[in-house]
Design a protein around this ligand. Structure first.
Ligand code: HEC
Ligand code: HEC
Ligand code: HEC
Ligand code: HEC
Ligand code: HEC
Ligand code: HEC
Ligand code: HEC
Ligand code: HEC
Length: 655
């Protein structure tokens, strides 16, 4: 092993031994402190009054008669043979149910999440660890119901409510709190999480307010102590800022993404310095980019023409009340009317709330703008949420792409061909029935290799949304043929960070020297998510070919990536990634340690059991390999991969 590989590999060995506090400390000392929403209201009564009863203010509450909506009057809910009892004693709310050990326990409710249409309860299963209970309260139906009614989730399963995926500290609190810090100690496997405030407070959007308050009270703030703030001492200028400043701030919580750190980014931090955004992948989105799984808002909004033209969230939503700025169609008519809107001179002035446009009875459900331009999907059993790509319905493409369309979403008894005919008859001269990226994506889902030409063409089309272009690159895979890889490499300097980030991971078919030459500039990219993608790509490159002057830059980017892994040491999927990286760096001991931590967190992670067995078998420890397979089969009895592995070991050893 040469020197560079050793310097890169060595820290993996220590990965779980490093105390959490060494990773991400509290706020840097030159950042103002959070002072709390209560103190803003003194001077900003209108905003404070609007915010007080909002979904943001109430996103996380302490249990009380005012906050708890569920029926805790000694009610019992039965689910798959487990009886759960909800009880109240004075101010204390209790849930008696099956714990992670399979036995019944009484848990005290420590927190309340959400207000409507459903509410969830948080219980402390051990000091500092909050778990989100998966029997929720339906506020309109006034009933308890299970969030995953069809899933078999016995105690000990990773997806049981006591498991890692339902852990509030790791999986939820960052979006339901202000100034959050997870503080996981991977050695003790404990949380000492803190937040400036539960719920989404003023400072979750406007940034910590200490310097602003000083400025408001005394007319100035200490700009030497707190550099880089706005004129009034805030970390972000939302009132006078650009659309993108605001959208990226909302997107931190309203997107399907992976946080890079384990503390809330200071408001004003660019999105791609804090998160890796999910692409439009199958399972999450339909082929045309409409929402499928729970992906929130940002990923679909990025695809819309309105985003491209500078429309922002607060054009339609009052960020303080979390309500629409106007009722139903009126919110759209702010811009789409015969009068138009002078802020957007490109708008075509026309009567949209009119049968000549929507050909349904005015005021009926079929005449709502959202019915045709924002399809709805239901999550958590009862919560309908709307797609924000504001697309033109394309039933004419349904047969080819399998994507839903607004018309037959509602006209359940009709087929898309009928809807396409009805539209074509009404808009005979439409320019909106041309080629669409969904055709390339649908082709790629069927056969990514055959669709390579279509995908690269999408990636290279500069006026398509960045998330669409990045998805096309992602669909090409990590190692498309060299001619395609060379064209992807040309996109490493693209303006869109998501395109750069994704392109960095798709160059494996180029020669190592060429990869180094192409990837080197990305190590200094202004955005962290892009630098980390470059660092990941360097893991696969033999260290001996790195020019010496690049070593320290690779190590710096690698260190950022490693820090982000440490920050998520409590995620089974992170341990799998660490294990994979350790193998690529030829460090089987660190890899085994990571895979073992993955199955400790979630015993159903088959791929980790298989890797443990393979590592042990490769080092000659056949008994250890056999034991790993047996342990894995105890957790997932019918898994074909493990059974194949067992047969492999039997064939090799004769027993
Ligand atoms: C002592 C009074 C005072 C307090 C406390 C106060 N502000 Fe202000 N704030 C002001 C004044 C004065 C302005 C300037 C108003 C103007 O420009 O018309 C202002 C402006 C603002 C603006 C708009 C200007 C900009 O730069 O974006 C925001 C946002 C804001 N405050 C947020 C907050 C938040 C959040 C808090 C609590 C952390 C807070 N304020 C606490 C007095 C105060
Ligand atoms: C710190 C995370 C966070 C930030 C930042 C944030 N939100 Fe939210 N938002 C939430 C959470 C969590 C909820 C849901 C709370 C609940 O249901 O209890 C929510 C709810 C909402 C709702 C109400 C949804 C509904 O179902 O009616 C709207 C609208 C909204 N946010 C818009 C915005 C906008 C616009 C911005 C940016 C200006 C923004 N949010 C910034 C976390 C955040
Ligand atoms: C990426 C940010 C984010 C994360 C992580 C997150 N939430 Fe939320 N949560 C939201 C937003 C945004 C809403 C508002 C829903 C919407 O879009 O209307 C919400 C709404 C809710 C609601 C209110 C009901 C509803 O559907 O509106 C509950 C309950 C809830 N979340 C629980 C959780 C739990 C439990 C977890 C962890 C397992 C979690 N959340 C993780 C952002 C988040
Ligand atoms: C979900 C994000 C979010 C939260 C939470 C939030 N704000 Fe705002 N605030 C915004 C945005 C976005 C704007 C600018 C757009 C607008 O005014 O609608 C704004 C504007 C303001 C302004 C400037 C208004 C003006 O007309 O110049 C003030 C003052 C303000 N907010 C204070 C507060 C206070 C005080 C709180 C808490 C009680 C708060 N905000 C909570 C997002 C938020
Ligand atoms: C603040 C102004 C504004 C508001 C409010 C607004 N829009 Fe738009 N909308 C625009 C602009 C600007 C465009 C782009 C026009 C262009 O480039 O030709 C647009 C374009 C569209 C398009 C065409 C999309 C495409 O792919 O060509 C649809 C559909 C649309 N809006 C629907 C809506 C709906 C539905 C609402 C209400 C929920 C709404 N808009 C509210 C400004 C607005
Ligand atoms: C019944 C379905 C339906 C409803 C309801 C509907 N639209 Fe549309 N809309 C369409 C279709 C179909 C097109 C594409 C027309 C074409 O092919 O030229 C379209 C196109 C558009 C466009 C882009 C075309 C252009 O003229 O620039 C905008 C903007 C738009 N709609 C806004 C609205 C608004 C605002 C509302 C609510 C007042 C609304 N729509 C209600 C079906 C609908
Ligand atoms: C052109 C108008 C428009 C814009 C821009 C817009 N929204 Fe919405 N949004 C809506 C409408 C309309 C709904 C549906 C409301 C309803 O069903 O009551 C909605 C729903 C929501 C909801 C509730 C859950 C859901 O998905 O239905 C959230 C949260 C939300 N928007 C957040 C945002 C954020 C964050 C942004 C900016 C990134 C944004 N919206 C931009 C119009 C808009
Ligand atoms: C949210 C539900 C909804 C959506 C979305 C919707 N419709 Fe309708 N549609 C209705 C209802 C309800 C009626 C009957 C009453 C009326 O005319 O408003 C109707 C009537 C019709 C009719 C006349 C009666 C018939 O069945 O022949 C046609 C044609 C039609 N819709 C086509 C469409 C097309 C095309 C789209 C998509 C661009 C569409 N609708 C979207 C609800 C919807």
């Amino acid at each position: 092993m040469n020197n560079l590989v050793r310097t890169l590999a060595a820290p993996w060995l220590l990965l779980l031994a490093v105390p959490a506090a060494a990773q991400t400390g509290p706020l840097a000392s030159n950042t103002p402190a959070y002072v709390g929403s209560a103190s803003c209201g003194d001077c900003h009564a209108p905003e404070a009054d609007a915010w007080r009863g909002s979904m943001h203010a109430l996103a996380w509450q302490t249990p009380s008669a005012a906050s708890v909506a569920g029926d805790f009057g000694d009610t019992v809910f039965e689910h798959r043979g487990v009886a759960t009892r909800f009880r109240r004693e004075d101010d204390a709310y209790h849930i008696e149910t099956e714990g992670g050990d399979g036995a019944s326990h009484i848990y005290r409710v420590a927190g309340v999440a959400g207000i409507a249409p459903l509410q969830q309860y948080l219980v402390e299963t051990e000091p500092g660890r909050l778990q989100a209970f998966d029997i929720a309260w339906d506020t309109a139906g006034r009933r308890w119901y299970h969030l995953y009614p069809d899933a078999e989730l016995p105690a000990g399963d990773g997806l049981h409510w006591t498991g890692p995926y339902k852990n509030w500290n790791a999986r939820c609190a960052e979006c339901h709190a202000t100034g959050y810090s997870k503080n996981y100690d991977p050695r003790a496997r404990r949380y000492a999480s803190t937040q400036a405030e539960i719920g989404v407070g003023c400072e979750a959007c406007h940034g910590p307010g200490e310097a602003h308050r000083e400025w408001a009270v005394s007319g100035s703030f200490d700009s030497a102590r707190w550099p880089g703030l706005t004129r009034s001492g805030l970390t972000i200028g939302l009132a006078a800022g650009t659309a993108d400043t605001e959208i990226q701030q909302c997107a931190g919580c309203h997107s399907r993404r992976e946080a890079i750190a384990d503390v809330s980014p200071i408001p004003g931090t660019p999105f791609h310095d804090a998160y890796r955004l999910a692409l439009l992948s199958p399972g999450l989105y339909h082929a045309d980019g409409t929402i499928r799984d729970e992906v929130y808002v940002y990923g679909s909004f990025l695809q819309s023409r309105m985003y491209a033209r500078g429309v922002r969230c607060s054009d339609c939503h009052d960020p303080h009340r979390t309500a629409l700025k106007a009722e139903s169609n009126a919110v759209c008519l702010q811009c789409h009317s015969p009068a138009g809107n002078p802020r957007f001179p490109m708008l075509k002035p026309a009567a949209y709330d009119d049968p000549s446009h929507h050909f349904h009875a005015v005021g009926s459900e079929g005449a709502q703008c959202v019915s045709c331009h924002m399809i709805q999907r239901v999550y958590m059993g009862i919560d309908g949420r709307r797609d924000h790509s504001f697309r033109i319905p394309r039933p004419d493409l349904a047969a080819e792409t399998g994507a839903p369309d607004a018309c037959t979403d509602c006209h359940a008894g009709r087929d898309p061909a009928w809807a396409a005919d009805e539209i074509a008859r009404r808009f005979p001269a439409s320019s909106r029935r041309g080629a669409h990226f969904s055709q390339g994506f649908a082709a790629a889902w069927r056969d990514p290799v055959a669709a390579g030409g279509e995908l690269i063409a999408i990636a290279e089309t500069a006026d398509l949304p960045g998330i669409v272009r990045a998805t096309a690159i992602g669909l090409l895979g990590g190692a498309p043929e060299p001619a395609l890889a060379a064209r992807i490499a040309a996109l490493l300097s693209d303006q869109d960070p998501l395109v750069r980030e994704t392109a960095a991971g798709a160059l494996r078919a180029l020669s190592p020297a060429e990869q180094v030459r192409r990837l080197a500039p990305l190590l200094g990219d202004p955005l962290l998510a892009v630098r980390m993608a470059a660092a990941r790509a360097f893991i696969g490159i033999p260290a001996e070919i790195l020019p010496p002057q690049l070593g320290s830059r690779v190590e710096a980017a690698m260190a950022e990536w490693r820090a982000s892994m440490y920050a998520k040491a409590d995620f089974p999927e992170t341990q799998l990634a660490i294990g994979g990286a350790a193998l690529a760096l030829r460090n089987p001991a660190a890899a085994e340690q990571a895979f073992r931590e993955a199955v400790r967190l979630d015993p159903q992670r088959v791929e980790a059991w298989v890797m443990i067995a393979r590592i042990l078998a490769a080092t000659g420890d056949v008994d250890g390999a056999r034991k790993a397979v047996e342990d894995g089969m105890a957790a997932i009895p019918d898994d074909p991969g493990l059974r194949a592995m067992r047969d492999e070991i039997r064939a090799a050893t004769g027993n």
